[in-house]
Design a protein around this ligand. Sequence first.
Ligand SMILES: *Cc1c(COP(=O)(O)O)cnc(C)c1O
Length: 339
Amino acid sequence: MKAFGTVFTDEMTISWNNGDGWTNPEFVPSDSLTLHPGAHVLHYSSTCFEGLKAFRHPDGSVKIFRLDQNIKRFAQSSDMLHLPALDTDLTQQMIIDAVAKFADQVPDAPGSLYIRPTHMGTDPAVGKAAAPSATSVQYVLLSPVGDYFSGGGEVALRVLLNEEGMRCAPHMGMIKSGGNYASALGPIMKAKQDLNADQVLFCPNGDVQETGAANFILFDGNEVITKALDESFLHGITRNSILTLASDRGMDVQERELSVEELLERAAKPGCEAALSGTAAVLTSVGTLIYRGQEYQVGSGQPGTTTRDLRKALNDIQWGLADDPHGWLTTIPVIHKAE
Ligand SMILES: *Cc1c(COP(=O)(O)O)cnc(C)c1O
């Protein structure tokens, strides 16, 4: 099977903003985009994106998970980058129209259709290093995907704790913006090469934050501990969903500061579990923490029952195998194609 996110549907929806509102969305081939080489995004990284998924249910219908929350975050990212404001109704229609058109390419469980709305500044002006782009383009790419981590949650990751650096500039943390991933790449590549680590958990000054593209959650008995929302990190919708499901089960959800010291202390206890949450990763176990040259096993070092149960509870809602008590799914209208 091809790597996650490398297969695309033939077309995407696109809309341009020339500084005076959005053009009517169109379907265009998804393999090219024409930009001026001086486009703002190519020099000053005025870009943000979203990552969400559509799922095929046993009755054949297709549903998008937490569409409203992803659009809200997309609009917020655009706003924080001083890009032209999104028209959230238009963006929602672009996403729904794209998924409806390619509904027959939504894989069955355990696959899904990964949806990648993208927004970028297009002003052909290399002199705008300290000024926003007045024009922009947004498009919705679609990518049918299988299970992100082979093993479907049966693997436990090796994660390096990094206290010296940070993933991105603190005021950029809650923006899902391209430059942040380039910023985190150096430490991630080094951790892979030197320590065979899968991910880096950024803990600036001992404050346990998140990895390059996923949030971090600790499960200790009935306690669920994760960093409280602030500007410094990405507010994951999977994080929010897992905390909601944990709370539904009567678990003690604590959104607060978590220090490296407390993390290592708790991790040593049998039964402790840690996991990364994100749309792509869903909820993936962390089995080993690497800190200052030493390895610390988290609980048994293997995927634990809490992680597994919550992952399954979330997947069951997404794939229509359980009720959707929080109204997280949006149904895609079926388009009957003329044969
Ligand atoms: C996308 C992302 C997440 C996870 O967000 P979800 O909404 O759960 O997919 C976490 N951290 C970073 C840095 C991200 O880019």
